[in-house]
Design a protein around this ligand. Structure first.
Ligand code: FMN
Length: 165
């Protein structure tokens, strides 16, 4: 009998979008068991036990959370032995978004990853502080929350991972 694949999705989310995307990915993964780890609350973790590791984050002020960067640095050699998925939520598209992705994840991890993706963004005004809300309203030109999660890309991201067990 084929061994069941153990997956973990390790994420940080400021206003809930990356967490939402993480849950969607977990629901769509068919093979084996998937654990979710919020890196904001959990520091030490033995990731050796997992066959497949997915790391997700979001971009704020052009950077991914420093805990995500640190985690990738500390676990680099283990991550290079696993089936790996890397994703970001951010509002930028095109060259700027690629630049942000390249700053978030090192070249060796990006090259090793089975799937890498930009999965859209949200502006959850009700979860922001005054300064964030003011800034985002100015940038987006909207007084309303915005949801631009890219469901098609989530589907592709999951398919790529599932096809490379
Ligand atoms: C204060 C603030 C700054 C942001 N800065 C950037 C940025 O520099 N580049 C970008 O692509 N997206 C930026 N975004 C968009 C976020 O990446 C987007 O809202 C994302 O969905 C947040 O996900 P999270 O709630 O999981 O943290 C910013 C959002 C906020 C609220």
């Amino acid at each position: 009998m084929q061994k069941k694949m153990k997956t973990v999705i390790i994420y940080i989310s400021k206003h809930g979008t990356t967490e939402k995307v993480t849950r969607i990915i977990a629901d769509k993964l068919n093979s084996g068991k998937t654990e979710l780890v919020n890196l904001r609350n959990e520091n030490l973790m033995d990731i050796e036990i997992f066959d497949r590791i997915i790391i997700g984050g979001s971009i704020h002020m052009a950077s991914v959370h420093k805990k995500t960067k640190k985690f990738c640095e500390l676990n680099n050699s283990i991550l290079l032995k696993k089936t790996l998925g890397l994703f970001l939520c951010c509002m930028e598209t095109g060259e700027k978004s690629i630049e942000q992705f390249e700053n978030a994840f090192s070249e060796n991890l990006r090259k090793h990853a089975t799937s890498t993706a930009l999965l859209g963004y949200e502006y959850n005004l009700d979860k922001m502080n005054f300064f964030e809300r003011t800034l985002v309203k100015k940038i987006s030109g909207s007084k309303e929350s915005i949801s631009e999660i890219d469901y098609k890309r989530i589907e592709n991201f999951v398919t790529e991972l599932e096809n490379n067990k």
